[in-house]
Design a protein around this ligand. Structure first.
Ligand code: HAM
Length: 414
């Protein structure tokens, strides 16, 4: 026998029983986003590699280590999209959306690809719901978006969600701050752990995450970026916070929040679900006022987020049944012998009338067919007998009544 194939490392099949929860995540996101004026856009699964190199940032892990990049037959370098923001900004520019009323609010969902080390909640192909509002620098946009993501998670019933909020200010303020932090860390080098000391120049922000007592004491007195924002950025952040407070969104200020993508300016945020362990980020985003310009467009402020569908599904999984809404309201038609063709004809008629209907296709005896009706979660079983009679059984209450087979649709609607 030849070797059996398996799904590639870091990817997985979404089996039928996992579909309902995932569908609920995307459809309820769609409902809330579209009610808030976000319109759907679909961009290609692959793009020119340069779009991500320039958009996501050359120095990020995503671009340096995680992109699935390949050459096409014409020698062009293409990359499977690791995220949606750069593509949506490209589409905004390519289709002249700056001429529409601003901000342009767009959303999408689908598969994304990053060559990460696979573990529970971290995959090489994963799904996101993504929302972007392009063309406004109003702090109301940041607040509106954060509230939407928070309401989507709450509406889905994701529990123990923490929202971490920070502001990165401008790239200039950030780089001046990092210089100041390095200088501060060097001035207290003796109190730091060896590991932190070794990384002062490469990544001084790491020091904020350290467990080491001495380091923690030093960091408690360290300057934070939030204290060093330009007045306009500090004011912007204040407005974002006011609007979150006003709309009852609870958050934790995190002056050290950093994100894995280079394009962020001003507001950044992350939603974490404590239940999920190491890969707890169920969504994140922020403002990216420089990205459109970086991609060759005019100066255009924007803000957005992405929610991780796979992780949200993991967080919800325990409490959810894998039954689909459709089968739960359906009819299972039961018949034997020559009655089977009549059963198929009836099922087809019911489906054409818009009902969910199914039948046995494995030559089961009546008893086995009733079991099957139960197994698929059908709401009704319709038992056809040789004499042309039909009995409709409510699978929940067990109640049975004789019905005219040609009026089943009406009977069920009753
Ligand atoms: P991100 O934080 O890289 O942001 O991804 C958003 C979410 O996607 C994460 O919180 C996580 O739930 C999910 N995710 C990311 N990588 C994986 C993975 N390997 N396996 C499973 N889930 C994953 C972005 O992608 C930005 N484009 C968000 C954004 C939109 N910022 C502005 N606009």
């Amino acid at each position: 026998m030849s070797e059996r194939f398996k799904a590639p490392r870091g990817t997985f099949d979404v089996l039928s029983e996992q579909v309902p929860v995932r569908r609920r995540i995307t459809s309820s996101s769609q409902r809330l986003l579209e009610a808030a004026g976000y319109r759907r856009i679909e961009t290609p699964i692959f793009e020119d590699t340069d779009l991500f190199a320039r958009g996501v940032g050359e120095s990020t892990d995503i671009v340096q280590k995680q992109m699935f990049t390949f050459e096409d037959q014409g020698g062009r370098s293409l990359t499977l999209r690791p995220e949606a923001t750069a593509s949506i900004c490209r589409a905004y520019l390519e289709h002249g959306m700056q001429k529409q009323a601003q901000p342009v609010k767009l959303w999408t969902d689908g598969p994304f690809f990053r060559h990460e080390r696979p573990q529970a909640g971290r995959y090489r192909q994963f799904s996101q719901v993504d929302a972007e509002a392009i063309g406004s620098d109003s702090p109301l946009v940041d607040a509106e978006m954060i509230v939407l993501a928070s309401d989507i998670l709450a509406g889905l019933g994701v529990e123990n969600v923490r929202l971490r909020l920070g502001s990165l200010g401008t790239p200039a303020a950030r780089s001046a701050y990092l210089d100041e932090l390095r200088e501060y860390l060097h001035s207290r080098e003796g109190e730091l752990s060896d590991e932190v000391r070794g990384r002062i120049d490469a990544n001084p922000l790491r020091a904020f995450d350290a467990d080491h007592d001495g380091t923690r004491k030093v960091m408690a007195e360290a300057p934070t970026l939030l204290d060093r924002l330009d007045p306009a950025d500090a004011e912007h952040f204040e407005r974002v916070r006011e609007n979150l407070d006003r709309n009852d969104v609870v958050y934790e200020l995190d002056p050290t929040l950093v994100r894995g993508l280079d394009y962020y300016t001003r507001t950044v945020f992350e939603f974490e679900c404590e239940r999920l362990g190491a890969q707890s980020g169920v969504g994140g985003g922020g403002r990216y006022d420089g990205l459109i310009e970086q991609l060759g467009g005019p100066v255009t402020p924007a803000c957005g987020w992405a929610l991780g569908v796979d992780r949200i599904a993991l967080a919800l999984d325990a409490g959810e049944s894998g039954e689909s809404e459709e089968t739960r309201n359906g009819v299972f038609v039961v018949a034997e012998g020559d009655g089977r063709a009549a059963a198929l004809a009836l099922v087809i008629e019911l489906r054409r009338a818009g009902l969910t209907a199914d039948l046995d296709l494995a030559d089961r005896a009546i008893k086995g067919q009733m079991k099957q009706a139960d197994r698929v979660g059908a709401r009704y079983a319709l038992i056809l007998s040789d004499d042309g009679k039909a009995t409709l059984r409510d699978m929940r209450s067990g109640e049975e009544r004789e019905v005219d087979p040609s009026l089943v649709a009406e009977e069920i609607a009753r």
